[in-house]
Design a protein around this ligand. Structure first.
Ligand SMILES: [Zn+2]
Ligand SMILES: [Zn+2]
Length: 345
């Protein structure tokens, strides 16, 4: 059987190629990919920022949903046709992080869909331990958001967000918006800080407070909105110096900062504020299996309305224009690629 696969070939280009279907290997599950979302990381790949890691002939994509199409040797507990998602992390099992029980931050982590071929293709074989089953009631289109929702669940868990907390999310892209939704669902009073006006109105429409850090009195307004005490939990998702400045300016005494963004350059951090207000900071990276289970629950029960982030659904042959549009359109939030025509909704 011949299948379509979209290969990133460098220099903002994808090439749609025909590949032969191969049976899953030992310990693997083969999945007919239904949908695969374009992650911020995929955009970085497209823009050429990760060529050293990716090379020039790689199927990327990991925010996927699909149904089991074949089961490899030594795999139990899966049935053909079952709806599933993949937690795209394959740890080494031997490094200090793995040995301490944190394989999601393995020091030699294999990220499926970056370090191996991913899900912008019709069929994808993955290690069985990465597969999570879905309830039949959940649409596969909506299920393609489970991976980014799991990121948000992990971040909120690391932030120990409690009901009644004042929460600030700095950066209102897809991950920031999902953190806001998950924190709100946990009972927090959430504000998103963002400069993109489309994103600000999207947040407002979801009942989330907003602040534009370009407004001169943004920090003062934030402090006032907490009755002067400051923000209990701040999520830094912007990856910018102004974001880092705002982060320390508004955190409450004994508040918590969760570092979600990937700061490629070392920002200047006002460490005095950490001392003065006894602020805690934690890092948060990807997710653990329990975060996936919670993300599946939140999406399947519609406890969070994550599907409103989907601004476009494109067919696999249109992946090139889908990336071009996402990179250039400030209104775009989450684009899904429909990888199998049979899954058209
Ligand atoms: Zn992702
Ligand atoms: Zn490891």
């Amino acid at each position: 059987m011949s299948l379509n696969a979209a290969f990133y070939t460098g220099n903002k280009q994808f090439s749609l190629e025909t590949v032969e279907s191969v049976p899953p290997g030992t310990g693997e599950v083969q999945i007919d990919v239904a949908y695969c979302g374009i992650c911020g990381t995929d955009l970085h790949v497209y823009l050429g920022h990760m060529d050293q890691r990716i090379g020039d002939h790689r199927v990327i994509g990991h925010e996927m949903s699909g149904t089991v199409s074949a089961i490899g040797k030594d795999v139990d507990g899966y049935a053909i046709g079952e709806p599933v998602v993949v937690r795209p992390l394959d740890a080494c099992g031997e490094c200090p992080s793995c040995l301490r029980g944190f394989p999601h931050v393995c020091q030699k982590l294999t990220f499926l869909g970056l370090d191996t071929n991913g899900a912008f293709q019709q069929q994808w074989s993955v290690p069985a331990h990465t597969v999570h089953k879905l309830p039949n009631t959940l649409s596969l289109e909506h299920a393609a958001l489970i991976e980014p929702v799991a990121v948000a669940v992990h971040d909120v868990r690391r932030g120990q967000v409690a009901a009644g907390d004042d929460v600030l999310v700095i950066g209102g892209g897809p991950i920031g918006m999902l953190i806001a939704m998950v924190a709100k669902q946990a009972g927090a009073d959430v504000t998103v800080s963002e400069i993109n006006t489309h994103r600000l109105s999207m947040a407002k429409a979801m009942g989330i407070n907003t602040v534009n850090p370009k407004d001169e009195d943004a920090a003062a307004a934030l402090m006032a909105s907490t009755g002067g005490k400051g923000v209990d939990v701040v999520f830094e998702v912007s990856g910018t110096q102004p974001g880092v400045d705002l982060m320390t300016a508004v955190t409450a005494t004994r508040g918590r900062v969760v570092m979600v963004a990937i700061h490629a350059n070392k920002p200047t951090v006002d460490l005095f504020q950490f001392f003065w207000k006894e602020i805690e900071m934690v890092g948060a990276r990807v997710y653990e299996p329990s975060d996936y289970e919670e993300a599946i629950r939140l999406v399947a029960t519609e406890a969070i309305d994550s599907k409103r982030l989907i601004t476009s659904v494109q067919a696999l042959p249109d992946i090139q224009s889908a990336f071009e549009e996402l990179a250039g359109n400030p209104k775009a939030m989450k684009t899904l690629i429909r990888c199998n025509a049979a899954e058209a909704s």
